[in-house]
Design a protein around this ligand. Sequence first.
Ligand code: 13P
Ligand code: SF4
Length: 324
Amino acid sequence: MFTTALAQPEKTEQGDLPLDLFAAIETLKQELNAVILAHYYQEPDIQDIADFIGDSLQLAKAAAHTNADVIVFAGVHFMAETAKILNPDKMVLLPDLNAGCSLADSCPTEAFAAFKAAYPNHLVVSYINCSADIKAMSDIICTSSNAVKIVQQIPIDQPIIFAPDRNLGRYVMEKTGRDLVLWEGSCVVHETFSEKKIVQLKIAHPQAEVIAHPECETSVLRHANFIGSTAALLKYCEQSPSQEFIVATEPGIIHQMQKLASYKRFRPAPPLNNCACNECPFMRLNTLEKLYCVMKNRSPEITLPENIRMAALRPIQRMLEMSV
Ligand code: 13P
Ligand code: SF4
């Protein structure tokens, strides 16, 4: 079992790396009794070495149930923070502390506190893509795979604030028929897709189905044959008889799609500009090299003030109870 009795390691820099990173990471995993959890948006090498790959809900559940002493989170900060909230006694490592999230950043603590105060008697449902401070101010957390289900369980006469993603919020409103007070946050990646280019791609490939994450804007979602979380999109591609898909979410997930259905064709939905801005700039900060270094150095580590952790834990637990 990993304890603080382990000596503080000498810092390994990226210039000082073993030749076989896969083998070295496997060795460190045994030494630390670590589990590597990775989101579908991670680069293929990281997905391939991970013990568990999933969407935000699956990863939160995996973090809640692991017996490992160390959780190495190959994802972004709010995901690693959620793992720490659920596991105060475990060491939670993030390969790059700058792996944030534009959506989480679009909801600053003080501004949200003022917003919440303007809507007394409202229940706060927050998307997991937010900071621990925002979670601490929330009543229930949700992810893209359970947001509709969670809102449907709230009594109809209970007014609700939904934060921070306005696109997911609008999608939930449409699906539930509920009127939600929305915080106007968004994700840089999912707002980058071009409706015009998607339509052009669909004309060029009429057999292709458009599949989209609910963080996309309504202008993109209206062309989608299927809308769902990353895990739901993956499942849909595997089960659909279609042979071609236009994928409107971060293209890292195409690695798993190709693994599950190698005979099908997956085309990333094009961004507005001729850039790679459909790739999440935060998720992509993590590399195999940094994964090795974070395990070797046991740093950077996620830490949280205990009062915030306790306050943020309650709405996460509520989500886990409401999404069984
Ligand atoms: P999922 O809930 O599908 O994992 O989405 C997480 C995310 O960050 C989407 O941008
Ligand atoms: Fe955040 Fe968007 Fe990146 Fe997801 S894709 S982690 S919402 S910036």
